[in-house]
Design a protein around this ligand. Structure first.
Ligand code: CTP
Ligand code: CA
Length: 234
């Protein structure tokens, strides 16, 4: 299988992966969320662990079955985060001892400015939510990158034409300052909650270093292949 073919090429490599989607509270019972299932991030954590890495998974509201699979792997330590602020705090704390960081989580771009401490009721009238922008966790991690650290981001882009998606990905990789950006097209049908995925990996020379289509596990292994290749470059 892939695992035997790859061998233990991440032996001893400390990998931190975020997965899932953050939720930003509105009141004690409501939140603003997104449709990320966490499957791609968890597939990366599992694949990295199978290839010999010491993995820390920071899970933000991933599906229970996905989390169980991660918990069952002896080489994966699981932590959880709820909001973007919590995820950022965990990632920054873990970054100091990480060789590879993969931000596969869908981070809410905005949070609610004034979270209500009581459950909003219709009697109060229709709420007007003011939103404030969350810190860009990935850009912050890349800005604080240590020597020898590899930082990887994901970008979910609405499909237009393939070229536009790639151009947006190239701009996004530069903006974030990451070593590798995995771009995938999402829409109402594709990407989320699906077993299959398709990504283009953009490297720091603005070139597509690899394209991968298949199960989320196959995409995970292709991403790890690219990371191993990057890290073995003199
Ligand atoms: N990301 C992050 N912190 C944020 C927003 C995004 O770390 N506050 C990370 C995601 O985990 C992902 C990458 O940045 O790895 C790209 O996320 P994306 O939403 O595609 O990029 P944005 O910069 O938020 O741009 P936009 O949503 O406007 O396309
Ligand atoms: Ca975003």
């Amino acid at each position: 299988s892939r695992m035997l073919a790859a061998g233990a090429d991440l032996d001893g490599t400390r990998v931190v992966v975020s997965a899932g989607g953050t939720r930003e509270p509105i009141d004690p019972v409501r939140f603003i969320g997104n449709r990320s299932s966490g499957r791609q991030g968890i597939a990366i954590a599992l694949a990295a662990a199978d290839r010999g890495a010491d993995v820390t998974l920071v899970a933000a509201h991933v599906e229970d079955a996905q989390l169980d699979a991660a918990h069952a792997h002896p080489a994966i330590r699981v932590e959880t985060a709820g909001t973007a602020a919590e995820l950022g705090e965990r990632m920054r704390a873990l970054a100091g001892s990480a060789d590879v960081i993969v931000m596969a989580a869908a981070v809410a771009d905005y949070r609610v400015a004034d979270v209500s401490d009581h459950k909003l009721a219709k009697e109060d009238g229709a709420p007007v939510l003011s939103l404030v922008e969350n810190d860009d966790i990935l850009a912050g991690l890349a800005g604080a990158r240590r020597d020898g650290q590899t930082i990887v981001g994901f970008a979910a882009e609405m499909p237009t034409d393939h070229e536009t998606v790639l151009e947006r990905g190239i701009r996004k990789r530069r903006r974030k300052g990451v070593d590798l950006l995995a771009v995938n097209e999402v829409g109402w049908e594709a990407g989320f909650e699906r077993a299959e995925n398709a990504v283009a990996l953009i490297g720091s020379d603005d070139q597509v270093v690899a394209e991968a289509t298949g199960s989320k596990r196959e995409v995970a292994d292709a991403l790890l292949d690219a990371i191993v290749a990057l890290r073995s470059r003199p």
